[in-house]
Design a protein around this ligand. Sequence first.
Ligand code: UDX
Ligand code: UDX
Length: 466
Amino acid sequence: MKIKNICCIGSGYVGGPTMAVIAKKCPSINVTVVDINQDRIDAWNDSDLSKLPVFEPGLDKIVEETRGKNLFFSTDIDKAINDAEMIFISVNTPTKTYGKGKGMAADLKYIELCARQIAKVAKEDKIVVEKSTLPVRTASAIKSILDNTGNGVQFQILSNPEFLAEGTAVQDLLNPDRVLIGGDNASEAGKKAIQSLVDVYANWVPNDKILTTNVWSSELSKLTANAFLAQRVSSINAMSELCEKTGADVNEVAKAIGMDSRIGPKFLKASVGFGGSCFQKDILNLVYIAKTYGLNEVADYWKQVIVMNDHQKNRFSDNIVKTLYNTVSGKKITFLGWAFKKDTNDTRESAAIKVADNLLNEQAYVVAYDPKVSEEKMYADLEYLNTRSSEENRELLTAEDNPYQACKGAHAIAVLTEWDEFKTYDWKKIYDSMNKPAFLFDGRGILDKNTLEKIGFVYYKIGVGA
Ligand code: UDX
Ligand code: UDX
């Protein structure tokens, strides 16, 4: 079947960029992205492209080229479902905050709502594509809802996990390492559905990079990929602590081991801890699934990746307090960066949030600067932790939109995100404006130790021995 109309439910960090790239590469397909959030849809439709709800390098240009031609953003979900032969589900699946599996399992509430809505609306056969990361065997749950509540039409469920990384989403979508499509490859109808999605991607992805598998392999591959990537970060972060004690330099160690072609150079950058919407959530999910099957050793093994990550964040704030003579009460500490990594305005699970929370517990006065993150988002992130009242958060943390102003009079600076612009600052000017001794804690290891020490900073680079 040739697909002419695609609908995507969920216009977030995954749905938005993915659909924009499909629209660009498939001019003969109409792509409609729908969302229950009217503000988000309005922002996607804003004529001022700097207002798009997702910041990704290159995305504005693609939206400008395709919007109104074959890319549409709307809140009319029923119409979009009705018009489409293929429906992507790209809504969020946060970790459950209640009930069974609280703090570990993925909350499938929104996925189920989508399935029920599709079932209610669909008057013709549809292909439903899981784009959200889901626990293994979710597809069969979706299928059961569709078959039992629908209007007697046929549904095929495909799993098509997203491997894009934020900040490089457009590039990752244009040149993916691979595209994974899982489906019911035992039936003719299933094979046809798989082929119709293969045909969409074949518009720009070479055939040997499009893998087809059964649904469960595809679902599990997504969790596994994220678990392996996060494990590398936790592994190098574990070594960073040992390096700090022994006088080794974790960057040198990473370089040395990364040149072993069996290990490879990527995802070996020691940091204040990984963040992002996926790593923690997907590992918790994996741990939960393993436990459900009674595989306790498997669960414990992967859980340790998170334990290490939490430790790294706490270790970073502990080091700040210890170095500033065991008290930061009333001291101004400047955060450079709040996003979970550079080139994104996304802050979900960002290490900055936990580090700030720890320092606010010590009554520090935190001033944060991030080129893409608003003050309100910072407060929302802190409020989500629920450690103190919203008024207290607002008293102790402020955002500043000028980095030089943010550092003025500070006792210490903490680099929490690896924004390139931090390397271009006039560090002498910043040093002169600070309280002495002026401390700099580089949680991303991006600044040059020698230069900063020459200026006069007391400088701590993550994973580098004193
Ligand atoms: C995605 C995936 O869906 C998630 O499973 C993966 O692990 C990370 O990436 P993301 O696009 O980052 O999530 O989520 P988000 O930016 O929160 O966007 C989800 C959108 O879905 C929101 O705009 C929300 O309003 C919308 N939504 C949610 C609906 O339209 N309907 C719902 O029922 C629920
Ligand atoms: C990740 C996966 O890479 C992507 O394939 C999946 O679809 C979604 O989850 P993302 O969360 O956008 O993507 O970012 P990623 O680049 O993987 O970084 C995750 C976190 O790890 C960031 O906080 C980053 O700073 C940190 N990280 C990454 C390190 O600390 N060191 C590294 O060497 C690499």
